[in-house]
Structures are given as C-alpha cells and as structure tokens.
Design a protein around this ligand. Structure first.
Ligand SMILES: [Zn+2]
Ligand SMILES: [Zn+2]
Length: 430
C-alpha cells in the first residue's frame, strides 16, 4: 500500500519543489541544446549535454547510472532506482527528444522536450528520495534520450533494439500552441495511381503488387513508399520513339500527386522526393521516413495528468477543440504500441506555429521556461499517482490493452480477393 492522500500530496509538492530548485540548470541545459541545433542521428552535442547533466556531481541526491551512446550513437539512458525489497520494480520512463530541423534550428522545441523529461525525472526522484526508508514501492526511474524524431524515427530503432522492454509507463510532453493531454495525429496515408510497370517496395524492401499494397499497408498512420520507374534506353536524337522515359513518368506522377492535394481531406498528407539513379533509366519517388503509428490515447493517464495540471494552473483546451485540433505524427506513436504512454502538448507562451522561425525563437526564450517546468511538474505528479495507486496502474494497463487491440485490428486488415473500388486511386480514410 502506498501513502494516503495527504502523504501523496506532500510527495507531489516535493517533486514540484525539486523542479524549481533545479530550474536554472535545467534552463541552461535547454538553451545549450537550442544554441547548437543538430539534425537527426547527429545530435552529438545534445547527447553530451544530456549525459553530462545526469552525470554531474552537483545534481541533488544519489547519482544516476548513465549509459551514453545507448544502442544508438546519440541516444542515452539514465537510471536511478529505489532500493526496496520485493518483486521487480515499477519502471517509469521519461523520454527526451533533442533533434532540430534543417535550416531553422529548434523550430519544434525539442530542446524543451529534453528539458521537460529531465526535469520530471529529477522531480520524481527527489519525491521518492524523500520517502521514509524502506520505500513502500520499488521504483526505477528511467530517462531515455531518443534521437531523430523529425527524420528517421529513432524511437522505432530503439524499440527494435529492446530499449523499451520491461518499462511500465512512458511519458513525454511536446511543445505546441495549446495545452492538451492528447491530440489526435494527422492521419498520413498515401494515394496511388496504379500502373502496370510500377513496382511498390515496402520498408523491408519487399516487392508488392499494387493491390497487396493498398489492402495490406495503407492503414498505417504514416506510410513510406518507394515507387520505382524503369525506362528503356534509345538514341535521343536518332530514334527517341524507341525509348521509354522513366524520368518523365516519375515527374508526371509527382506533379499529379501535387495537384491531387487540393482534393484531399484536411487530415491527409502526402510528401515525396524524386531520386534519379545514375543510369537515367531508373527513377524513384520516395516517401519520407519510418512508418509512424498513431499515438494511442490512454484515458486514465490523460485524466490524472489533467487533474494534476489544473492544480498547477494549466488551462486545457476543450474536448471540442481536441477533436478539431490535430498534431503531426510522431514516433512516440510507435512507443504507445509497446508501453502505455502519455504524450501531452504544452503551450510555451507564444502563438507561433511549430516548424516556423518564430517558434524557434519562442522555444529558446526565457518565457517558455515557466511553461516547460510547469509541464514537467504535472508529469512527475502523474507518475507519482501511477506509482502509488495500484488501481490506477491496472486501469492504465487495461486502457492500453483495449485501445491497442482496437487499433491493431485496423492496422492489419484481412486481405481478401475483393478488388478496391474503381481499381485505381484508392485512398484510405478513417
Ligand atoms: Zn516537428
Ligand atoms: Zn516535434
């Protein structure tokens, strides 16, 4: 049994106090990452700043066990646990992103994600360290540095490498224009016009027929597709009519996708790049990055997070706004398929939109610090609720199971021999 409500309130107060006590060094950590923006998988300075932070002797309380370059060159893992007897500890993790965007720096505010993850972990640790010994519940607090969200999907690499094995709950908060415990992702699907000589390759580089692709893969949140065009060489001056121009085919396909956008639903997105191989007969259109799944909602975590946030003065947007508000897709979605997770959004004191120069400025401003630290406090408080309320933890796990079952049913549709309607241009929507 955990502490009664007054004692739990005292632990939450202790967590918030610790975040405040560390505010200056947390702000410096965030600014250090912001000043030197680095792209996906190249976040060496951010990695060193984060691992240096958790290895620093000046941090209060017991030392963190830090594992630099954890499974990826620019990922890390820092852990601290209570020494309680009994079964395996409850493992709570905070994720830190720290990659930036090409040309405009930290326009998505991932420096603040790193700061919030670090701050929440410090707060939770301080609260647990203030418990009378022996601690009633064994807890392990993990901070996981997860590179390459904007491009690549570092969390997917880390999932595949086993970094999330054994974790019980995962938290990460993302900067936004508003405060929300959950926002539905923009569902990113792709539309195809299918022609005879077109080859569809999935991420595993397996060749698929157009029909297989549409029926079997289209329901992923973000689908990355490579379409290869093969041409036929001929003398361009003497007998050009003998040739088949792969480049023209790829350019036309790209242009058609571009004009198709005006007929697309507001929640659909399609992006592509054209790659020309040296032999000119061989042209590819490629989609963006790893397949990102929808973030699975967890109603129980969201409810507790909102209760804690409101106590700190966070004003959350209404349910209606949530239905109309959309976020970009994120590799945190993939995490929520392996561990129950919470991915709230937080206002940073600016109405600027993510991925703009104005947002870069806001993410590095002193003004954002208040909002970031307040969010970290709400996360630490929510983690304390999960740790000390076994019924809540059970409910969180049940929500995870139910939502995942439902979502997976949609991810793997039964492939039948029924042809898609109209044969061409089939688009998925939900
Ligand atoms: Zn972004
Ligand atoms: Zn982002």
């Amino acid at each position: 049994m955990g502490p009664q409500q007054p004692a739990l309130d005292e632990l939450k107060r202790r967590a918030c106090e610790s975040v405040e006590l560390n505010a200056a060094r947390l702000g410096e950590l965030s600014r250090s990452i912001w000043r030197r923006p680095e792209l996906a998988y190249q976040e060496h300075h951010a990695h060193d700043a984060m691992t240096g932070f958790f290895s620093g002797a000046e941090l209060p309380g017991a030392a963190w066990a830090v594992r630099p370059r954890y499974k990826l060159d620019t990922a890390f893992r820092a852990e601290w646990g209570t020494a309680a007897p009994g079964p395996r500890p409850l493992r709570v993790a905070f994720l830190c992103e720290y990659d930036a965007l090409p040309g405009i720096g930290h326009a998505c505010g991932h420096n603040l994600i790193a700061e919030v993850g670090a701050a929440a972990a410090l707060g939770l640790k301080a609260a647990l360290e203030s418990l009378p010994q022996p601690a009633p519940v064994a807890v392990q607090v993990t901070v996981l540095g997860t590179p390459a969200e904007e491009q690549g999907g570092g969390k997917i690499d880390l999932i595949n490498a086993g970094a999330f094995d054994g974790l019980d709950v995962v938290f990460m908060a993302h900067p936004s224009q508003e405060n929300a415990a959950y926002l539905p992702d923009v569902a990113e699907h792709e539309c195809y016009h299918v022609s005879e000589d077109t080859e569809f390759l999935c991420k595993a580089n397996k060749r698929h027929s157009s029909e297989e692709f549409i029926l079997g893969f289209i329901l992923l949140d973000m689908l990355s597709v490579t379409v290869k065009y093969y041409g036929k060489a001929s003398h361009a001056a003497a007998y050009p009519w003998e040739g088949v121009n792969a480049l023209d085919a790829a350019v036309l396909a790209y242009n058609n996708l571009s004009v198709l956008r005006q007929q697309m639903k507001p929640t659909w997105r399609v992006h592509g790049e054209i790659f020309i191989k040296s032999d000119i007969q061989h042209v590819e259109i490629k989609g963006g990055k790893n397949d990102y799944y929808n973030v699975l909602p967890n109603k129980s975590l969201e409810k507790i997070y909102k209760e804690n946030g409101k106590k700190l003065g966070i004003e959350f947007i209404s349910e209606d706004c949530i239905l109309n508000g959309l976020s970009g897709s994120t590799d945190f979605g993939n995490v929520t398929f392996v561990v129950p997770g919470l991915h709230p959004y937080f206002y940073i004191g600016s109405d600027a939109l993510n991925h703009t120069e104005q947002y870069t400025e806001a993410a590095g401003s002193q003004n954002a610090q208040f909002y970031a630290l307040r969010t970290a406090k709400a996360l630490a408080m929510t983690a304390l609720d999960v740790i000390f309320n076994p019924d809540l933890l059970e409910q969180v796990r049940e929500d995870f199971r139910q939502v995942k079952l439902k979502e997976e049913g949609q991810l793997h549709p039964v492939v039948t021999d029924k042809k898609p309607d109209a044969g061409v241009g089939a688009c998925a929507s939900r």
